[in-house]
Design a protein around this ligand. Structure first.
Ligand SMILES: [Zn+2]
Length: 582
């Protein structure tokens, strides 16, 4: 019987690659995450510490790899775990990321979880990404900058949002799951974002939305669908972990077993019926096995970011029990050097080239120069040369009496997306020159500056709230305090010292807080500048919502460009504004 089955299987697999044994179904899941509008290759990628790095990514090659993998098994699905768009390079952002949505449809994406960055431009714009329509609701901006798509039709793939609730209706913003049927076997894909999304996006854009517990949302759907006879469950979740390896971890390893990371905590609570977790958010690569609530280990994957990796997952399902019986997963580099004979998608290449051409004059415009690399890497006190520069640019843009009268500026580290390299990759740009495209990549969110009045005591509170565990007010139901320190970058003239072992909400030494050498008086009033993400209470700096006499300023990007235009060349400074006591 066994032998006959085996012979059968061989013959069968020759006929249809998708089937193994008569009572088995083979399904191929092709997954990626955190694409962030990287239609063009972001550069070299190393698959492990020994790798010299290869040119990786670019949606043309990503699509080529997807097509290649799909050919291996007609029972397939392409899925993503969030942050497809948002914090995107100019080639995507300039066109409101519509070109990325179009490219995702062309490469065959079927389901994607929403990630935190899907909410960067607010709920309305995310709904437009799914359902289509003009960028401006009054119809004045229906055509994109490339002159295409008189009206944007929206994504064909389905966004999933199992834990994002409209507080007025109690319903989820998008469906929580999608189901595909293969040879009569139903497989459910459940998609969701991290519960903490509300603490890391502009609060005004997500008014009326509640981000619920991840495991509760997943388990609720599993219970419901099992009653309908579904037994195969795949989770697409925009939350993740990281390997403990220092340097470059192997993309297929799981050093440290994800212990102590947010995704481990979620998997520990999952219903035993969940078979596979495709994770994201941390821009890390791993293939792990993590215990669920019964102690059974399930596969948890993540494919780094920017379309440089794909996870190739082969799933075996028993057609009688309709349940998953085996999973093998591996991360593969989307290698553009083409040694494995995978061709890029010619049509997508043409589309991306077209958008890049429209964006090129804007992207390559010379806006300034630098004398050396300016890095966003933080020193132990939490300060970086690029953070200093950006805070200075924001102070300069808002310091005159007419523009706000600011005496200090504070910038969130999450809003600084890229280093400023002395040698740019952009074609035809010589060393030291700074392009608009580079500044755009640093500040892709379109945030504006806001100058407000705070007391010295409120500034002290703000500095305390940037440390883990000291959020004075919870911004929403079920939202926890920041899980890591988010130290603000400060402008020239503002100095202070904090203690590593200081108590929660008492880490900053008040007597060390100075503006241009003068001690900050708790009861005096100061004009300070932040961006609208922070003034809205972003990063859980809730005290900033108490600022008075608010004055709107320019875009953060315009302030930075103006700074580079005025100071030419700009040299990286030595961080010295924030002090730390061990
Ligand atoms: Zn994310």
């Amino acid at each position: 019987m066994r032998l006959r089955l085996l012979v059968c299987a061989v013959v069968f697999s020759l006929l249809a690659l998708g089937a193994a044994r008569a009572d088995e179904l083979k399904l191929k899941i092709i997954a990626f995450n955190d694409f962030h509008g990287n239609l063009q290759s972001p550069g070299k990628f190393k698959a492990n510490a020994q790798s010299p790095g290869v040119e990786a990514g670019g949606v043309d090659f990503l699509a080529g790899y997807v097509r290649h993998l799909k050919r291996e098994n007609p029972n397939n699905v392409v899925v993503a775990a969030g942050d497809l768009v948002g914090a995107s390079p100019l080639v995507s952002s300039l066109f409101h990321d519509q070109d990325t949505i179009e490219a995702m449809d062309r490469l065959g994406l079927e389901f994607s979880a929403v990630g935190n960055h899907e909410f960067d431009r607010g709920k309305k714009e995310l709904l437009r990404k799914q359902y289509g329509g003009c960028f401006k609701p009054d119809g004045t901006q229906c055509e994109d900058a490339a002159g295409d798509s008189a009206s944007f039709k929206g994504a064909k793939f389905k966004y999933l949002a199992a834990n994002v609730f409209d507080t007025s209706t109690g319903k989820t913003l998008f469906p929580g799951y999608g189901v595909k049927t293969y040879d009569g076997v139903k497989v459910a894909f459940i998609g969701l974002t991290l519960k903490g999304t509300a603490t890391i996006v502009v609060p005004s854009g997500i008014k009326g939305l509640r981000f619920g517990d991840e495991a509760d949302a997943i388990n609720g759907i599993v219970r419901k669908l099992r009653k309908q006879g579904i037994e195969s469950f795949v989770v697409l979740i925009h939350e993740g972990g990281a390997q403990t390896t220092k340097g470059t971890p192997d993309i297929n390893a799981c050093e440290g077993g994800l212990r102590g990371t947010p995704i481990e905590g979620i998997v520990h609570k999952l219903d035993d019926a969940v078979d596979l977790v495709i994770s994201a958010h941390t821009h890390q690569a791993y293939i792990c096995q993590v215990a669920n609530r019964t102690g059974r280990k399930i596969v948890v994957t993540s494919a780094d970011s920017y379309g440089r990796l794909l996870t190739d997952i082969d799933v075996t399902i028993d057609t009688k029990t309709k349940d998953v019986t085996g999973i093998t997963a591996r991360n593969i580099v989307v290698d553009r050097t083409n040694e494995v004979g995978i061709a890029p998608d010619a049509e997508l290449k043409e589309i991306v080239d077209h958008y890049a051409e429209v964006a090129a004059p804007i992207a390559n415009r010379d806006v300034g120069s630098i004398t050396a690399d300016i890095s966003k890497t933080l020193n132990p006190a939490g300060e970086s040369p690029l953070g200093d520069l950006i805070a200075d640019a924001q102070l300069e843009a808002t310091s005159s009496t007419g523009s706000g009268g600011a005496v200090a500026a504070f910038m969130n580290v999450g809003g600084i997306r890229m280093d400023l390299p002395f040698t740019s990759n952009a074609a035809g740009v010589k060393g030291g020159s700074v392009t608009y495209g580079e500044l755009f990549t640093i500040h892709p969110f379109g945030n504006t500056l806001v100058t407000m009045t705070l007391t010295g005591a409120q500034i002290k509170t703000m500095l305390e709230e940037q440390f883990k565990g000291c959020a004075l007010e919870s911004p929403g139901d079920g939202v926890s305090a920041p899980s890591t320190d988010r130290i603000l970058q400060v402008s020239e003239g503002f100095t202070y010292t904090w203690s590593l072992d200081g108590a929660v909400c008492n880490k900053v030494d008040s007597s060390s807080m100075k503006i241009n050498g003068t001690r900050v008086d708790p009861s005096a009033k100061y004009r300070v500048t932040v961006n609208n993400y922070l003034s809205d209470g972003g990063d859980q700096l809730s005290v900033l919502k108490q600022g008075t006499d608010l004055l709107g300023g320019p875009l953060d990007l315009d302030a930075l460009a103006a700074y580079f235009a005025k100071h030419r060349p700009v040299a990286p400074g030595e961080p010295h504004r924030i002090g730390i006591k061990p």
